[in-house]
Design a protein around this ligand. Structure first.
Ligand SMILES: Nc1nc2c(ncn2[C@@H]2O[C@H](COP(=O)(O)OP(=O)(O)OP(=O)(O)O)[C@@H](O)[C@H]2O)c(=O)[nH]1
Ligand SMILES: [Mg+2]
Length: 456
């Protein structure tokens, strides 16, 4: 597979000023040369071009000009894939881009698989696996925080810590294995204490990294917040306020919203998908029943519940039922219609944060945003946290590593034969190595790179 020269459109398909077709592999320059007719003053074939140079001309097939282009020639090894790379900047229409791609594919390349350029960068050692994942995170980043976290990981901040940890574990493993080879020599008590200490430190570092997992997920994926409450309390008005535009229909008619509406907004750097619902009450109407089923589904999937209450009316049995039902959920009580006289009476929050708002004039909405952020994320988001924001794959590997290293430490302390200690230590070391891709399987690589887009 690595022998193939691959090509793909690296820009989104659609109408745009420019599109880029990326070619990587040993034949990249030859293929481009066979289609390229230079124009302008310095008319040189690409084969003789210096590395990292731009060339103006036309893509020509069967004597027909397909497009006017700029071609960049980048020779191995200082390229993204560490192979020869040619990028053709052509016109950005769907048809014109595909025509140039077809010409490139017809001249001796094959279409790249999703993530194959990045996979080659990994296989050739230009980036490690955590950095490769950061490339995908960077492309997918929807908030500034997600972008910063991806940039730190791409720069290798997480990898540095993982590599240091792995090096230390490898040294310990070598030490212990040396003793297995000479069973007559016992490990000195001091040395043993030192090893136990180092394993404890390793466990502590792993726990520190694991503690960033939740934030990591939040930052990468964002959260889902369901807006619920009985009819007419102002759920759709709240959605519109949080989005800053009139997305949902608002009216005095009870049961205006019949379907669920979901829209994403950035709340203090976190991507939040808000779901306006049709309410949860019983109904005989078929359409309403389907709306309620969807509301229930959204509620089940939500990370956070915004329970809206109308403070201009006394608490109803429905309100009380929802308050009881959602008592153990992550929720915020939104006390709406604060512009009207309060008839809700006594505090209803029993422990959940409550924010007073008016969706008519926007009063309290900023405080609600702050409450949402605090509910999903206690404390400050520091730059050190962004550096090591692990993802769920890292989390899973670190959990395994932590468990094996703990077993190894306990065995060392209990005087278990060293060859058994070494088994667990090796399992733990390998699990740590998986994060940066020192120990991988083809399945693991496939599952990571298949989530990329084609052309990256
Ligand atoms: N005075 C006042 N009226 C509000 C406020 N928020 C919403 N309303 C009004 O309350 C009525 C219902 O608002 P909606 O946002 O449609 O309520 P809903 O909960 O989505 O209603 P359904 O979709 O029917 O369940 C509308 O007439 C809104 O203008 C508020 O803060 N103050
Ligand atoms: Mg509504």
């Amino acid at each position: 597979m690595l022998e193939d020269t691959i090509a793909a459109i690296a820009t989104p398909l659609g109408q745009g000023g420019l599109a880029v077709i990326r070619i990587s592999g040993a034949r990249a320059v030859t293929v481009a040369d066979s289609l390229f007719t230079p124009a302008g003053k310095s008319r040189k074939p690409l084969a003789t071009a210096k590395t990292h140079t731009l060339h103006y001309g036309h893509i020509v097939r069967d004597r027909q000009r397909l497009d006017e282009v700029i071609v960049s020639v980048m020779k191995a090894p200082a390229t993204f894939t560490r192979e020869d790379v040619v990028e053709i900047s052509c016109h950005g229409g769907i048809r014109s881009t595909k025509t140039v791609l077809d010409a490139v594919l017809g001249a001796g390349t094959r279409l790249a698989l999703p993530g194959e350029f990045t996979k080659r960068a990994f296989l050739h050692g230009r980036i490690d696996l955590a950095q490769a994942e950061a490339v995908a995170d960077l492309i997918k980043a929807r908030t500034n925080l997600a972008l910063s976290a991806a940039n730190e990981q791409l720069a290798g901040k997480l990898s540095q810590r993982i590599n240091a940890l792995r090096d230390d574990l490898m040294q310990m493993l070598a030490h212990i294995e040396a003793h297995i080879d000479f069973p007559d020599e016992d490990i000195e008590p001091d040395t043993l204490d030192g090893l136990v200490q180092r394993l404890e430190n390793a466990g502590r570092l792993i726990n520190e990294l694991l503690s960033t997992a939740n934030e990591g997920q939040l930052i990468r994926r964002g959260i889902r917040a369901a807006i619920i409450g009985r009819p007419n309390v102002g759920k759709s008005s709240l959605l519109n306020q949080l989005l800053g535009r009139d997305r949902a229909i608002v009216s005095t008619v009870t049961g205006t919203t019949r379907d669920t509406i979901s829209e994403e907004a950035q709340i203090r750097g976190i991507a939040v998908v808000f779901i306006d619902t049709a309410g949860l009450q019983e109904s005989d109407d078929t359409i309403e029943r389907e709306g309620i089923r969807r509301s229930r589904e959204s509620l089940a999937q939500a990370d956070l519940v915004l329970h809206v209450l109308d403070t201009s009316e006394p608490l109803t049995p429905d309100d009380e039922a929802y308050l009881a039902e959602l008592a153990d959920r992550q929720r915020i009580l939104v006390l709406n219609k604060s512009d009207l006289p309060n008839r809700l009476g006594q505090a209803v929050s029993n422990g959940s944060p409550a924010v007073s708002v008016s969706c008519l004039d926007g009063q309290g909405i900023e405080a609600l945003k702050e409450a949402i952020r605090n509910r999903v994320w206690d404390g400050e988001i520091t730059s050190e946290m962004l550096e090591v924001m692990i993802n769920s794959r890292h989390q899973e590997a670190l959990r395994r590593a932590g468990a094996s290293l703990q077993t190894a430490r306990e065995q060392l302390q209990a005087g278990t034969p060293l060859d058994l200690v070494a088994v667990d230590l090796r399992i733990g070391t390998n699990a740590v190595g998986e994060i940066v891709g020192r120990t991988t399987t083809e399945d693991l690589l496939d599952s990571i790179f298949s989530t990329f887009c084609i052309g990256k």
